[in-house]
Design a protein around this ligand. Sequence first.
Ligand code: C5P
Length: 322
Amino acid sequence: NGALGEVWNEEMSSSMLGKRLRKVVQNFQAMNKYGVRYPGPESAARRSKLSGPELLCQIKEMVQIATLTPDMEPFSGLPLASQLPPRQITADIGPFKTCAVVSSAGSLKNSGLGKEIDSHDAVMRFNAAPTTGFEKDVGSKTTVRLINSQVMASEDHHFLSSSLYSAGILVSWDPGPYSSDLREWFNKTDYPIFKQYQRYRRLHPQQPFYILHPRMEWQLWQRIQDNMVETIQKNPPSSGLLGTVLMMSLCEVVHVYEFLPSRRKTELCHYYQRFSDAACTLGAYHPLLYEKNLVKRMNKGSNHDIYTHGRVTLPGFTTFNC
Ligand code: C5P
């Protein structure tokens, strides 16, 4: 729709990136840090392309939403077990009617979407994304915050003491091995997620805090690779996609903001920082480009919604049959 301007092209490929970023992506595509063993795009190319509803069904049926519980090995014998929530997140929270997932993209700046975001029953935010001072554009409600282990461990985020993390339910994740073997992961996390989790729980014992099962990352990764015609980075999906799928299991309808960039699209990485890099929107380590292709295909809303609001509409898993 030329007159309205371009929205995300769901056939986006690494060949459409600028020279520098293309090289970075290609380097990540050649690495296999987590021991991924999965058929490449040759097998995807032989199948016919799935429709949006078929894709939604694949994700609903093949991606298990799971968090760590005290009965799982090797945690059951460790002090950590007494700090883990006894039940799955999906058993404890929701179901919500409408949910907002707020990407941290720079294109949220000057969006004026705050009121609309806050009108949802539940709002998910990511990592160090603040609301204070940005209410007009991103709202002020935080129901769930999904954080990666890097944010938990890095000195400059002050994860243990900053009030940024004290609102809502926390969910954390760390890239696990492709095998999803919990013992293997426990002995070799990317960042010290368990140490930081235990420290945080001791300081804030009342705040609900879950850890995602690494299996979910790779099951979702397989759905992305299976539906793309090129080799994707052998790294877990971004927090944005992990959170979106988690919310699809807790909500009847999920509105995702500025994951597919609106007319405000910008190289500004985050709405809350003055740092610019196209890799934030297009991916480098994460297969973010391909995540966006998939979300575009599943979108139930209009291209106009994407263009003006950066808004995608996805149905909750309980609202459709496969
Ligand atoms: O950078 P961070 O991971 O904290 O941002 C949260 C999520 O928002 C990302 O995982 C990504 O899915 C999405 N994002 C985006 N474009 C940006 C910045 C973030 O799609 N420019």
